[in-house]
Write a protein that binds this ligand. Structure first.
Ligand code: ADP
Ligand code: MG
Length: 394
């Protein structure tokens, strides 16, 4: 990928800047209940303000689908950002138009405001050129720091760049650098861990990692599909019947590749998936009747940990079991602990895995945690992300 310009390469002082952020945060009782995404944009916001930019933030929140929804207004986000910055962040009730233009014209250097929810506008998700032009109109420069929406070609991620120069914010720049590192310049042995529910969601990532990594450790519902493709019956376990052919093809490809594809040799199984539910450990061949495989077993975890100890680089997407229902988070927890304890550079991505690691309190010793879910996966697949393509090349 060609290198992109960032805010470090351009003069921002006195410039009217539209900055796309990913403030799509969870709300509860009209308040922000997790401000991780807001905090992730702070480095860029602080640098721009300290360099005298006139800064206007814009984000989507939830799925209003082009309609005005009172419960999805950006006010709670503006309040939280005001608290964090210790500086009033005014919120406008519009996304574009004359009121926005006059508010932007009135900004001084180091001032900040935030627009209303971008997805109240029908033109946003359609990437409508007229809307993109209106959105860009009051500004000199576009800064995109919303890596989490970079895989969408929307007016505020791609379209605006047709009207004003577009550069990366610091978060976007870091995401690109860190996610590229494993793809283009891996330290070896490189171990990839893949979990989560479905092979079908991640075929291209599986194939990419198979061609890239020295070891590919597979867990989660995805592993069940591979085990079924090898002929295991697996009782009532979740797996994708229509993906057995594709999983078989990937297993055959792994035989030809340098990569060791490692599947679970034992699994935590239960008949009733509920918190604290009764479970046993079985080999894939032992699972029958109404038993379901819902986590990797202890021997598998030990084998995975052995690979991780010897790795110089680790990339991980997807939880290794049904982590939402303890104790079936324990495989994910053991592996997270091993990743944290290892000296390897480690990069983790995927909405559910990151949520699992946060819930387990095991995020601290990971080298890089991507803020993208779908965007991270598409990046790893090697797809072009419209929000990145739209940025100016160095
Ligand atoms: P990520 O968001 O990290 O990419 P996914 O969305 O692919 O991960 O998968 C997460 C989901 O996979 C979780 O809801 C989890 O319960 C489910 N899952 C993991 N292991 C299993 C399993 N053995 N059987 C059924 N579902 C599973
Ligand atoms: Mg997910």
């Amino acid at each position: 990928m060609s290198e992109k310009l960032s805010i470090e390469d351009v003069d921002v002082s006195g410039k009217k800047i539209l900055m796309r952020v990913d403030f799509n945060v969870p709300l509860e009782d009209g308040k922000v209940n997790d401000d991780t995404r807001i905090r992730a944009a702070l480095p860029t916001i602080e640098v721009l303000l300290s360099r005298g930019a006139k800064l206007v933030l814009a984000s989507h929140l939830g799925r209003p689908e082009g309609e005005y929804k009172t419960e999805l207004k950006m006010d709670p986000v503006a309040s939280r950002l005001t608290e964090i910055l210790g500086k009033t962040v005014k919120k406008l009730d519009q996304v574009a138009g004359p009121d926005v233009s006059s508010a932007v014209a009135g900004l001084g250097e180091g001032d900040i405001l935030i627009l209303e929810n971008l997805r109240f506008e029908k033109g946003e998700e359609k990437n409508d050129p007229d809307f993109a032009r209106q959105l860009a109109e009051p500004f000199d420069l576009f800064v995109n720091d919303a890596f989490g929406t970079a895989h969408r070609a929307h007016a505020s991620t791609a379209g605006v760049a047709d009207y004003i120069p577009a550069v990366a914010g610091l978060l976007m720049k870091k995401e690109i650098e860190e996610l590229t590192r494993a793809l283009e310049n891996p330290q070896r042995p490189l171990t990839a861990i893949l979990g989560g529910a479905k092979v079908s969601d991640k075929i291209n990532v599986i194939r990419r990692f198979l061609n890239l990594a020295d070891n590919l450790l597979v867990g989660g519902g995805m592993a069940n599909t591979f085990l079924a493709a090898e002929g295991s019956q697996l009782g009532a376990s979740f797996y994708e019947k229509d993906l057995l052919g594709e999983a078989g093809a990937l297993l055959a490809e792994s035989k030809e590749s340098r990569c060791n594809l490692v599947l679970p040799i034992d699994l935590a199984v239960t008949r009733e998936l509920k918190p604290g539910g009764y479970s046993e450990v079985m080999t894939p061949d032992q699972i029958d009747g109404d038993w379901k495989a819902v986590d990797i077993g202890p021997e598998t975890a030990a084998i995975f940990c052995g690979y991780l100890e010897e790795s110089a680089m680790i990339i991980w997407n997807g939880p290794l079991g049904v982590f939402e229902v303890p104790p079936f988070d324990s495989g994910t927890e053991l592996i997270a602990q091993a990743v944290a304890d290892s000296n390897a550079y480690s990069v983790v991505g995927g909405g559910d895995l990151v949520a699992a690691l946060s819930a387990l309190g095991l995020t601290r010793d990971i080298s890089f945690i991507s803020t993208g879910g779908g965007a991270t996966l598409e990046f790893w697949e090697g797809r072009e992300l419209p929000g990145i393509t739209a940025l100016q090349d160095k």
